[in-house]
Design a protein around this ligand. Structure first.
Ligand SMILES: NC(=O)c1ccc[n+]([C@@H]2O[C@H](COP(=O)([O-])OP(=O)(O)OC[C@H]3O[C@@H](n4cnc5c(N)ncnc54)[C@H](O)[C@@H]3O)[C@@H](O)[C@H]2O)c1
Length: 261
């Protein structure tokens, strides 16, 4: 046990996609604090550099490795896994988190909008899993994947005509890959966050319909507030660690009770 008595990821080689902000950043920072060798991937080089600097300033055991790339491009997704393997001598953990969160109803959503969100949240998660699991299956100890799904990947919401179905891809991929790869010692789980106060969600306050959406959605969380990125990161760390050794194929709500209703 380390870092506040949470779980131990000492020396584990962990790849986190979408690590420059929000849930991914909180997860990469927590993993580094828990002693992991973190490889952080994102489109946003500046955000990755800031993460690496913050972890170094804090005195974490290993320098964070950063990779700029687009998870929806096979060559980039493969390069992210390759960078983690080079930095950590293998790949123990993938957190497939990178995603975009467009909110629109069915009539407002174009075919191009659908393709864009499916390319990142669907195809990008598939590609991240594909290259990471190929590596893990070659390792004696296997590995573990945590996909970042959503309450929208478990239940319906208005104004999520493309984003919601894309998050169902994350939940479905988790269950199918968990069954397919269990025999090769690869565990695959997901978290289903409720609405979390990330940079993206804070920006909604300035978008048309955003403030109304935020008010309504806050009221739908029985705990009466939105979640914090660190609260999701702690659940991801648990699922990624040996403490969750008999859990695979689970989609774990981190949602203040949203899905319990
Ligand atoms: N914030 C929420 O309320 C919430 C709720 C449920 C699920 N989620 C999920 O959590 C994940 C992270 O969301 P967030 O709220 O932290 O968002 P965010 O916008 O704060 O962070 C997402 C990160 O992903 C990166 N990214 C986007 N497209 C990429 C691509 N093609 N390749 C590589 N990186 C890319 C962005 O640059 C950004 O740094 C997403 O999968 C999202 O669906 C978020």
């Amino acid at each position: 046990m380390r870092a506040g008595g949470l779980v131990d990821l000492t020396g584990r080689s962990c790849l986190v996609t979408g690590a420059a902000s929000g849930i991914g950043r909180a997860t990469a920072a927590l993993f580094a604090r828990l002693g992991a060798r973190v490889t952080a991937a994102d489109l946003d080089t500046g955000g990755l550099t800031a993460l690496r600097r913050d972890c170094a300033d804090r005195g974490d055991a290993y320098e964070v490795t950063v990779v700029t790339g687009d998870v929806s491009r096979p060559e980039d997704a493969e390069r992210m896994t390759g960078a983690a393997v080079a930095a950590g001598g293998g790949l123990d953990v993938l957190v497939a988190n990178a995603g975009i969160l467009p909110l629109s109803d069915l009539l407002e959503t174009s075919a191009e909008d659908w393709d864009r969100v499916m390319a990142v949240d669907g195809r990008g998660m598939f590609l991240s899993c594909k290259y990471a699991i190929a590596q893990m299956a070659r390792q004696e100890g296997g590995g573990t994947v945590v996909c970042v799904s959503s309450i929208s990947g478990v239940a319906g919401q208005a104004r999520q005509a493309a984003y919601g179905p894309a998050k169902f891809v994350a939940s479905g991929l988790t269950k199918h890959l968990a069954v397919e790869w269990a025999g090769r010692r690869v565990r695959v789980n997901a978290v289903a966050p409720g609405t979390i106060r990330t940079e993206r969600v804070r920006r909604l306050a300035d978008e048309p319909g955003g403030p109304e959406y935020l008010d309504r959605v806050t009221g739908l969380h029985p705990l009466g507030r939105l979640g914090e990125p660190e609260e999701v990161a702690r659940a991801i760390a648990f699922l990624a660690s040996d403490a969750a050794s008999f859990i695979t194929g689970a989609v774990v709500p981190v949602d203040g009770g949203y899905l319990a209703q």
